[in-house]
Design a protein around this ligand. Structure first.
Ligand SMILES: Cc1cc2nc3c(=O)[nH]c(=O)nc-3n(C[C@H](O)[C@H](O)[C@H](O)COP(=O)(O)OP(=O)(O)OC[C@H]3O[C@@H](n4cnc5c(N)ncnc54)[C@H](O)[C@@H]3O)c2cc1C
Ligand code: FES
Length: 300
């Protein structure tokens, strides 16, 4: 028996971004912001990690938001409501540290990283914090869940690189403005490594800006997700080797060697691209065969 897909929704017109609600009562009982799950679609499938984007303890569901990146995330996007995922393991990783802070807490979500800042925003609000969410993407179509964040009564700032929605520019431009205006207690940033690197540089204290404690969520290659394989190891700036799956994925953003992690993450790019091309080719052939069958072209 697998884990049933209860709801499926594409979040942008290109259908590269999608949301799935999965029946997983045991995981929903314990999940918190910062946790992730590891999936395997089928016997031949690879294991891949996705962050818990929402949970409903009463309904027993976990929501995930996925960006099509390669073979597995594309294959998952082809599954429909009622289909079952073979393995869905979690909650894994440390949950986010949630406290009541004196000053506002700013959550920065970049791209698909908008989803994982949602449960942390809920939990911070429940503790009575002033929460500001900066949602950033390349363009308007890639901003999602804006209404869901507004319904939490958090301050929402939208930013797009091309200015098609909200303010034009990067999330770091908006964060800088907030830092210049008021003291902040915490910054939590989730998104592409390069975005998290620049958020951490901005909040690390300089002659014109104060230092603000900053958490980032690391996304190295993961295999087992339990600290056994070493695939997710990363270097801290003070020279330690840590494992994102058990020491994180949420870690101190000021103590990560981002350049080393970016280099490690790109190591399998060639083989991943080849696998995705093979998969796309197979899909095109199957679609073509379906079309020919429908037209009766295969009949004698
Ligand atoms: C803790 C964690 C949480 C994540 N949460 C989300 C999420 O909520 N939504 C989302 O869309 N993506 C998330 N990711 C990234 C997601 O796991 C990858 O996009 C996915 O594994 C890509 O697989 P693929 O076969 O589609 O693409 P591939 O072609 O195999 O890879 C595309 C890119 O995805 C990354 N990747 C591939 N395999 C893995 C792996 N086993 N572990 C980590 N990264 C990998 C690599 O950077 C690679 O370049 C998360 C990653 C981690 C580590
Ligand atoms: S994923 Fe294997 S040690 Fe972290």
């Amino acid at each position: 028996m697998g884990w049933k897909i209860l709801e499926k929704k594409f979040l942008n017109p290109d259908q590269t971004l999608y949301e799935l609600v999965i029946a997983a009562p045991d995981i929903a009982k314990k999940a918190k912001g910062g946790n992730f799950v590891i999936l395997r679609i089928s016997e031949q499938g690879e294991r891949f990690p996705l962050t818990v984007a929402d949970y409903d303890r009463e309904k027993g569901t976990i929501t995930i938001v996925v960006m099509k990146a390669g073979k597995s995330t594309t294959e998952l996007s082809l599954m429909e409501v009622g289909d079952e995922i073979l393995d869905f393991v979690g909650p894994l990783g440390k949950c986010a540290h949630i406290d009541k802070y004196e000053h506002p807490v700013v959550l920065v979500g970049g791209g698909v990283g908008i989803a994982p800042i949602y449960p942390q925003s809920v939990e911070l609000k429940e503790k009575g914090n002033h929460v500001i969410a900066i949602l950033g993407a390349r363009t308007k179509e890639l901003i999602f869940w804006e209404e869901k964040f507004r319904a939490l009564d958090v301050e929402v700032i939208i930013t797009t690189d091309d200015g098609t929605h909200g303010q034009k520019g990067f999330v770091t431009d908006r964060l800088r403005e907030l830092m210049e205006k008021q003291p902040l207690s915490q910054v939590i940033a989730i998104g592409p490594l390069i975005m998290m690197k620049f958020v951490a540089l901005l909040t690390n204290g300089s002659k014109d800006l104060p230092k603000v404690p900053t958490t980032v969520s690391l996304n190295p290659i993961m295999v087992d997700g339990t600290g056994m394989c070493g695939g997710c190891r990363f270097l801290t700036l003070d020279g330690q080797t840590k494992f994102a799956c058990v020491d994180g994925p949420d870690v101190d953003g000021h103590n990560v060697d981002y350049d080393n992690l970016m280099a490690r993450n790109s190591r399998f790019q060639k083989v991943e691209t080849e696998r995705k091309e093979e998969f796309d080719h197979k899909c095109r052939l199957m679609a073509q065969a379906d079309k020919l069958n429908a037209e009766g072209a295969c009949e004698d």
